[in-house]
Design a protein around this ligand. Structure first.
Ligand code: CA
Length: 228
């Protein structure tokens, strides 16, 4: 028996889907708790403090988007993989804006779910610690995974932090969206690069005029701190 990888909370109202998710996650060494209602799921997230949450959008009680918003509003940054049905694309983008870390579209293979979950967890753990750096008005501490703006903490999701830290590691270098998806998200060849744009706009909204991120038209993004 290998050591548990931690508890994953599955919030899914379709029993047969929840059962398959439970089976595959348990096989990979995760503990699994299933809730079939959004409100019960949110209560479980607060009470059990899972390492990650697999969250259906269409749920009785509280839907997945309201769930994301409520959790993030409460200052809880547990990684969330959002599960969407085909045709729910606007909801998926909104879900990322509301603080989800990744998404899967139904129907998906259980192996895909396991792979995504591992990637999200790896990302949340972040790269090994490096000394804190100052970038204009920002202070970024990779070891503690904190960002200060003018000395005040800025709350970032694991993915937002990793994207910012990645750009700042090579100031001035221009990254394409495909490169960022491969290097930050771990998805080589992944086609839906709008996810990168969503996360960049979230970072800009949170960092305000202290944001070092520059759009390079037709290419991608780079970070150029004011003091570089
Ligand atoms: Ca559902």
């Amino acid at each position: 028996m290998t050591e548990s990888r931690g508890l994953v909370l599955v919030v899914e109202d379709e029993r047969h889907i929840a059962d398959i998710q439970r089976l595959y996650l348990a096989r990979e060494g995760f503990g699994v708790h299933v809730e079939t209602d959004g409100n019960a799921g949110l209560a479980a997230a607060k009470a059990m403090q899972p390492v990650a949450i697999v969250l259906d959008i269409g749920l009785p009680g509280l839907d997945g988007l309201a769930f994301c918003l409520a959790l993030r509003d409460a200052g809880d940054w547990t990684p969330i993989v959002l599960v969407t049905a085909r045709g729910e694309e606007p909801d998926r983008i909104l879900g990322l804006e509301l603080g989800a870390d990744d998404y899967l579209t139904k129907p998906f293979s259980p192996r895909e779910l396991v792979a995504r979950l591992k990637t999200v967890l790896r990302r949340a753990a972040g790269p090994p610690g490096e000394p804190a750096g100052r970038f204009g008005r920002l202070t970024v501490d990779p070891a503690r995974r904190t960002v200060l703006r003018d000395g005040e903490p800025v709350e970032l999701t694991a993915t937002e932090f990793n994207l910012l830290a990645h750009l700042l590691q090579r100031p001035g270098q221009v990254f394409t969206r495909e490169q960022l998806l491969a290097q930050v998200w771990g998805y080589p060849g992944y086609r839906d690069t709008r996810m990168v744009d969503v996360f960049v706009s979230q970072l800009r909204a949170k960092l305000g005029d202290a944001s070092p991120i520059r759009t390079v038209r037709g290419v991608g993004y780079s970070a150029t701190p004011p003091n570089a």
